[in-house]
Design a protein around this ligand. Structure first.
Ligand SMILES: Nc1ncnc2c1ncn2[C@@H]1O[C@H](COP(=O)(O)OP(=O)(O)OP(=O)(O)O)[C@@H](O)[C@H]1O
Ligand SMILES: [Mg+2]
Length: 486
């Protein structure tokens, strides 16, 4: 057993953890995990968002989003989250990922320059308007290395952090959704994998190589929302009716399914884009895909896996669980996992305390990051009371005051001990014989008629080598001393 790891896990459970938060276009998920050998769920929740609150990853209505999230935090099951620290994923539709090779000799400044030159040609916005980072990876061809570049518009990242801060949450990491999904889903590190996340506004494709590193990412602007819209238009239904019918019938085969023919062209559009992306990937990276996983709310549509499987002519599996995580408490009928896959990956980072690695938050200027008044957390009904303890431990000012108070108490106690010290030291150190100690506790005759017992009231005169009553003035001729030490 690795004791260091066990100790670290125990400490991170108590002091250094964060919960995961996934803000999608039409839903918000939270999860807090803990890790004792395996990950398990402490608490979780999901709520749907009305149309227009978040569009393409942009927060349009902070107030409604805040109300929804506070309610979700308040009603999280089986209890409230135990920390105000949060790990957030950036919306995949706003994240730009590009992989390319560079000369293996390029380092620091020259590497950065080469990367900026390369991505500036394809980045949809000016690189100065983004927070960006990159990962390097060695290649079989030793003269080259692979660079994975990741960026997000500054205004998007700033708006997510500011929003969290406005309701008392402290963002400790800004992650990429696809990397979070890979952490949750990919079971083996030596297989080429594609994760297809079919959400509400977009279908995101992420290709991972044998090291679980992302090689390519593509966003297709077709998903569940467009299907619902098509049903509304073709079958003349309102949004709620169309949504219910879509979830019930989906791609089930049979003449009585009125929904399938309406949404079939949309899934065919997705399949065509996936085919092209897979072809490009396999040629460019000279790899053969091993596994294809489906996640996201729309992956739960009845019959969708079969339609994608026959369209791609490849094996496709609905993601059902993670490698090292116990999902027993993820309630609900059937397989809820595709709805929570991304947030679980965020929660895993939060539970292991390893949220400082690839993190675009590090690229943000400190003025933009985390202006949370932690002491306000005491008044927040939607966070658990454990937060109060964490707040004290985390808040430097409160911690300094507490340490200072302990210091003062210690100093007072020390002073009191010192006040008693001369008598104590005489009895044990300065006076060499045990007889002296016996005499101290024996009744002693003083110049006053009342006997003085014990050490109280006695002082030692080193010149005379005598104990005298502290209430007695010593005469010059030493005649009235009480007892002499022999
Ligand atoms: N049980 C279900 N069966 C079928 N479809 C579902 C089910 N639950 C949710 N959906 C559909 O999934 C979509 C929402 O999925 P998800 O929560 O993954 O999206 P999101 O994360 O909010 O959006 P995005 O990832 O595009 O920003 C909606 O279109 C909804 O109709
Ligand atoms: Mg999503």
């Amino acid at each position: 057993m690795n004791f260091k790891k066990v100790l670290r896990d125990t400490l991170t459970i108590k002091f250094d953890k964060a919960f995961g938060l996934d803000i999608g276009d039409r839903s918000v998920e939270i999860i807090e995990l803990e890790k004792v050998f395996r990950f398990s769920i402490v608490t979780y929740g999901r709520t749907e968002l009305p149309e227009g609150v978040v569009t393409n990853g942009r927060i349009n209505d902070q107030n409604i989003l805040a109300e929804k999230l506070k309610k979700l935090l308040k009603e999280a099951k089986p209890k409230k989250v135990s920390t105000n620290k949060v790990i957030l994923s950036l919306p995949e539709s706003q994240v730009f990922v590009q992989c390319f090779t560079v000369d293996a000799k390029l380092k620091s400044g020259s590497l950065t320059k080469a990367i900026v030159e390369k991505v500036s040609l394809s980045l949809p916005i000016n690189i100065d308007k983004t927070y960006w980072d990159f990962i390097e990876k060695p290649l079989a061809d030793k003269t080259k290395k692979l660079v994975t570049f990741i960026s997000v518009p500054k205004d998007i990242a700033n708006s997510y952090v500011k929003f969290c801060n406005s309701i008392g949450l402290e963002v400790v990491s800004l992650c990429i959704e696809s990397l979070s999904l890979a952490r949750t889903i990919l079971k083996s590190s030596n297989r080429q994998s594609l994760i297809i996340d079919i959400g509400s506004g977009a279908t995101n494709l992420s290709f991972f190589d044998s090291n679980d590193k992302i090689n390519m990412s593509i966003s297709i602007p077709v998903a569940g929302e467009q299907m619902t819209q098509a049903i509304m238009d073709k079958l003349k239904l309102d949004n709620v009716e169309a949504e219910i019918l879509k979830v019930k019938q989906g791609f089930k085969e049979g003449g009585d399914n009125t929904v399938r023919p309406v949404i079939m062209p949309l899934i065919e559009e997705i399949i065509k884009e996936v085919e092209e992306a897979v072809d490009y990937y396999e040629k460019t990276f000279n790899q053969k895909l091993d596994d294809i996983y489906l996640v996201g709310g729309s992956a739960l549509l009845p019959g969708i896996s079969e339609v994608i499987k026959s369209g791609l002519k490849r094996e496709v599996q609905l993601a059902t669980g993670g490698l090292n995580i116990n999902l027993n408490s993820l309630a609900g009928k059937g397989n809820n996992f595709p709805l929570f896959a991304n947030v679980i990956g965020l929660g895993m980072l939060g539970a292991s305390g390893e949220f400082r690695d690839l993190n675009l938050l590090k690229k943000m200027p400190s003025a933009e990051v985390n202006s949370v008044n932690k002491l306000n957390l005491f008044n927040m009904g939607y966070l658990s009371k454990v937060n109060a303890v964490r707040t004290i431990i985390d808040n430097k000012f409160v911690l300094v005051v507490m340490v200072a108070m302990v210091g003062v108490i210690f100093a007072v106690l020390l002073q009191q001990t010192k006040d008693l010290a001369p008598q104590e030291s005489l009895t044990t150190n300065s006076v060499p014989n045990t007889a002296a100690r016996i005499k101290l506790s024996a009744p002693i005759m003083s110049t006053s008629s009342a006997p003085v017992t014990g050490a109280t009231g006695l002082i030692f005169d080193p010149k005379l080598r005598l104990f005298v009553s502290s209430t007695t003035k010593m005469p010059a001729n030493k005649s009235t001393t009480t007892k002499a030490i022999k």
